[in-house]
Ligand binder design. Structure first.
Ligand SMILES: [Fe+2]
Length: 168
């Protein structure tokens, strides 16, 4: 692939994200299936619905740009999902397993937050306001998914989180 302009780079980065998101659509049901706490299972299922939406938003941007999403495999996401799938093979205390699933999922969210931060910034530089807005919406959802996982791990005023429970 030729990278001669910021626009080329934006398209390349979007293709990488499209691969990442489609891989995640396949992986999230497995993480949800392995979670013991209902709250965590619900969070994974909710994020699965959002992730499908993230794929659609990327496809909308590709059509706006007159490009196609295919071609790239996001190796970073492949590795992160492989690590998450290692947790699925592990046995032990279900609450500790849930804490391990959160650890794997938060790595994924941070990776996506980095990717969307980049493409949103590039779209802004290129005066692609519609794309910038769509990418900003997804970026917010990735951040919220990450915060929700932190909350499930650490608890709140009225309940202890998975980490405290795992310590007991
Ligand atoms: Fe996403």
């Amino acid at each position: 692939m030729q990278l001669n302009s910021l626009h080329d780079l934006l398209v390349e980065q979007l293709q990488d994200l499209h691969s990442a998101e489609t891989q995640l659509v396949e992986a999230l049901p497995k993480l949800a299936g392995a979670a013991s706490h209902e709250e965590l299972r619900d969070a994974f299922e909710q994020h699965l619905a959002e992730t499908r939406e993230h794929v659609s938003r990327l496809e909308e941007i590709f059509s706006q740009l007159g490009k196609t999403p295919g071609g790239e495999t996001c190796k970073g996401m492949e590795g992160l999902i492989a690590e998450g799938e290692e947790v699925l093979q592990m046995q032990g205390d279900p609450t500790v397993i849930d804490a391990a699933l959160i650890a794997a999922a938060q790595r994924v969210e941070h990776y996506e937050i980095a990717g969307y931060g980049t493409v949103k910034t590039l779209a802004g530089h290129l005066d692609l306001g519609d794309a910038e807005d769509l990418l900003g919406t997804t970026l917010d959802e990735e951040s919220k998914a990450d915060s929700l996982l932190t909350k499930i791990a650490t608890g709140g005023t009225f309940k202890s989180g998975i980490n405290q429970e795992a310590k007991a």
